[in-house]
Structure formats: structure tokens, C-alpha cells
Design a protein around this ligand. Structure first.
Ligand code: CA
Ligand code: CA
Ligand code: CA
Length: 94
């Protein structure tokens, strides 16, 4: 069982399954998009972006390994020019 350590974190709102580390065994990703206590950090994203409200695992670069796609509903664009316009990230493993 996966559970949150703080009320309102939203653990389980978004989940994805896919072999993210290439070991042949599917991995489970469960995000906490409403977490605001600093227990979860996405480097490059700001507090309040609601990162992880949507997640997906798929091979997006053709290397046969699943990549993680992550939506940040209330992100403001990299230059802060569009408040709450949202952003979308793809994480490519090395
Ligand atoms: Ca795996
Ligand atoms: Ca891939
Ligand atoms: Ca925002």
C-alpha cells in the first residue's frame, strides 16, 4: 500500500505503470500533485505548479525504455509570462 504522510497530498490522483529503469519489470509511479509541505521535489518546477496531476509512461524517444511524461497544471511557462497556463515535461532516463 502507498499512502501519504500529510492530509490533502492527493496521493493516487495520478498513477502510471511502465518499466522506467529498463530491468524488464514494470514499475509503479504514484504522484502527489497537491503535496505542499516540501516532502516531494521536482527540480525545475515551482511550488504550486500542481505537478503530477497527470502522468504517463511510454517510450517517447524510441530506445525501448519507458519515459515519464508529467503535466504541471498551474505552471506559468518558463519565463513566467502565462500564469497557470500549464506545462508538460518528458523525463528521459540516461
Ligand atoms: Ca523496472
Ligand atoms: Ca524511451
Ligand atoms: Ca502558477
Amino acid at each position: 500500500m502507498i499512502y501519504s504522510t500529510a492530509p490533502g497530498d492527493g496521493v493516487g490522483i495520478s498513477v502510471a505503470v511502465g518499466d522506467l529503469d529498463g530491468d524488464g519489470i514494470d514499475d509503479l509511479l504514484a504522484d502527489a500533485p497537491l503535496e505542499n509541505t516540501g516532502d516531494l521535489t521536482y527540480f525545475g518546477l515551482c511550488s504550486g505548479d500542481v505537478a503530477g496531476l497527470s502522468v504517463a509512461a511510454a517510450d517517447l524517444n524510441g530506445d525501448r525504455r519507458k519515459n515519464l511524461a508529467l503535466g504541471a497544471l498551474q505552471a506559468d511557462r518558463r519565463d513566467d509570462s502565462s500564469p497557470d497556463a500549464g506545462e508538460f515535461y518528458v523525463i528521459l532516463q540516461q
